[in-house]
Design a protein around this ligand. Structure first.
Ligand code: GLC
Length: 619
């Protein structure tokens, strides 16, 4: 007799079976391996905890559960934040105080010390790094999060493994079965042909896309660091085994799985080896596999590419791929507006995003654990008389504090001597001037430090603007108390070469103590974010289904955003200049500031330097 369990699984499988089989055969033409995949899916389904199956059933009905206006994420490193996974469990009350209901745990799986790329070189997909805890700790954290209404997110690093992964070790011994899971070449002929068309990810810290292994006298493909060996997804064994790893991790209680560096997973000679159509076939298959086995799990694609390359990763309405994607161009363009005090490019970028279907959920962020690359709309900038290399240089000079009026502090990343291209690293507070204005823990006395107040104002304004966008806002742990750059990585030989560690510092619990004191830098930022987040939760205009437009105020320094939902209206005004500017507008009716409750008339209104207004229509 068939159990209820069998029936549910079979129903889901039959819903997707034909399409899944079709795509699988298109890539692999291998019936046996497809049959194995299906039977393993059932095994992982059976192993899923009952509580997760209940979550699945609930979310299958409420498919838009993650598109609610109360969603707020934070990304954090377990060791920096709380030492261990158990430590994170203990610190959940703090995260709840931050209004967070989604935690992205930065990579925590086993990785070789000193050759880890911040955890993105995984040596065992089923083992937690010993100093952080165990898989059981993770499953327990997931349960505790779920009891507290918090979702858990982790990375699935699928493009490569560490050179210490068991497959890599066996390949190194010359075992053909395992060599075929990577890209090995006896001489430089094919690698050289690839190098002609494939750009470099880390041109300075890890030049080239191949690594020579002396003991094997072979080259292996390594798009990222030399110790990260690219997996060969032409081999169905690689696809199947990686899907089993994916399901294993999902079964620990994950709600969101971030698929790392996904555009890179398919390689083809003569191409850039990015965003090839087979990548979309694989992501579509992953979506179906998770909908069959663990439908409460969402896919977050890490696609750090130009907008026209990003959007296809949502798939189509009938054949969806990722549930969520990073709003990466908007993030970079935001900082462009900070440096230039000109919102025209940002407005144009927001218009593109706002015109997309509302089902497309973006993850909005001001920065993440990686560098900020200046992937801007250069054709438009050129029309306005700016050229790409000079503009990038200006931005890097600005944010490293080399431009005279700049109060930003930070460092360049992968400053490529050939292309003269460089990216930028720094925390939000440091980029906004908190570091330059003094030290953390400083008091904002009433008549006191104007420079510090200005820095804090810019920091809060940028968060307010992020929270005005539709999608899921994602904080970076430490930013809620305005943590500045951490230069200690330079003393650690394993990190010194990689300036991304400047914004991956320890969380300062002693500074977080100040969070209730609004006269401290920490408290001023923490309390303002708290207020913004509470308002965002309460007010219907922040609903994901709201109509959102940019709003022209005839002043290039002020970004206007208009939101409308079920007869309610909000106008957000964000001044990217450090000087007071006028929003030239004539809106009929009365408005109220959501932050201060003051009545407002939106007629040629002056917005103080780096300040913002959330104005809600009251009649
Ligand atoms: C992603 C990660 C980045 C890492 C790279 C290689 O882009 O965000 O930190 O270096 O993948 O795995």
């Amino acid at each position: 007799m068939e159990s209820k369990e069998d029936v549910r699984f079979k129903e889901r499988l039959s819903r997707h079976h034909d399409e899944l089989r079709w795509l699988y055969m298109e890539l692999y033409q291998n019936d046996d391996m497809f049959a194995e995949l299906c039977s393993q899916m059932y095994e992982y389904y059976k192993k899923r905890r009952e509580s997760l199956k209940i979550r699945d059933a609930y979310r299958e009905k409420e498919t838009d559960w993650f598109q609610k206006k109360d969603m707020l994420g934070v990304m954090l490193y377990i060791d920096n934040f709380a030492g261990t996974i158990k430590g994170v469990t203990e610190k959940l009350p703090y995260l709840k105080e931050c209004n967070v209901n989604c935690i992205h745990l930065m990579p925590f799986l086993d990785t070789p010390k000193g050759r880890s790329d911040g955890g993105y070189a995984v040596s065992d997909f089923r083992k937690v790094r010993a100093d952080l805890g165990t898989m059981d700790d993770l499953a327990e954290l997931a349960d505790r999060c779920h009891q507290n209404g918090i979702n858990l997110c982790m990375d699935f690093v699928m493009n490569h493994t560490s050179e210490d992964h068991e497959w890599a070790r066996r390949a190194r011994q010359g075992d053909g079965e395992y060599m075929s899971r990577y890209f090995f070449y006896q001489d430089r002929r094919i690698p050289e042909r690839y190098e002609q068309t494939v750009p470099q990810v880390f041109p300075t810290t890890a030049p080239g896309n191949f690594t020579y292994l002396q003991e094997m006298d072979h080259y292996v493909m390594t798009t990222f660091y030399p110790y990260q060996w690219d997996l060969n997804y032409r081999n169905p064994r690689v696809f199947n085994e990686m899907m089993y790893n994916f399901l294993y991790l999902a079964n620990q209680g994950m709600d969101i799985i971030r698929i790392d560096a996904v555009p890179y997973i398919w390689k083809e000679l003569g191409t850039q080896c990015r965003n090839l159509k087979q990548v979309h076939t694989i992501v579509r298959m992953m979506r179906m596999i998770s909908e069959i086995v663990c439908p409460s799990v969402l896919l977050l694609g890490e696609v750090v590419m130009e907008p026209e390359k990003v959007v296809p990763y949502f798939g189509t309405v009938e054949k969806p791929e990722c549930h969520m994607l990073y709003n990466v161009t908007t993030m970079a363009t935001t900082w462009n507006s900070v440096a230039t005090k000109d919102v025209r490019l940002l407005k144009q970028q927001m218009d593109i995003v706002n015109s997309l279907p509302k089902q497309y959920t973006f993850l909005n962020y001001l920065r993440c654990h990686d560098d900020i690359g200046w992937g801007l709309d250069y054709p438009t900038l050129r029309k306005w008389g700016m050229n790409e290399p000079q503009h990038k240089k200006y931005l890097n000079d600005y944010f490293t504090g080399k431009v005279e009026e700049s109060v930003s502090r930070g460092e360049l990343y992968n400053d490529d001597p050939v292309t003269q291209d460089a990216r930028f690293c720094g925390t939000i507070a440091s980029m906004c001037g908190v570091e330059c204005a003094g030290f953390q823990g400083k008091k904002l006395e009433d008549s006191g430090d104007e420079e510090m107040k200005a820095a804090v104002r810019l920091d809060i304004m940028l968060h307010a603007y992020m929270l005005t966008q539709s999608g899921i806002p994602m904080l970076y742990s430490g930013d809620e108390i305005g943590q500045t750059n951490d230069y200690s990585y330079k003393q650690d030989p394993e990190k010194a070469e990689d300036s991304r560690y400047i914004h991956r510092g320890q969380f300062h619990w002693e500074l977080a103590e100040n969070r209730h004191d609004v006269l401290s830098v920490e408290g001023a930022i923490f309390q303002a974010l708290d207020r913004l987040e509470q308002i965002r939760r309460q007010e219907n205009v922040f609903d994901q289904k709201a109509d959102v437009y940019t709003y022209d105020v005839h002043e290039d320094a002020i970004l206007g955003i208009f939101r409308e939902y079920q007869g309610e209206y909000l106008i957000g005004l964000f001044n990217f200049s450090d000087q007071p500017k006028t929003a030239w507008m004539q809106e009929e009716g009365s408005f109220r500031s959501l932050m201060t409750d003051e009545k407002l008339e939106l007629k040629d209104i002056v917005v103080p330097g780096h300040d913002f207004l959330w104005c809600k229509k009251t009649d």
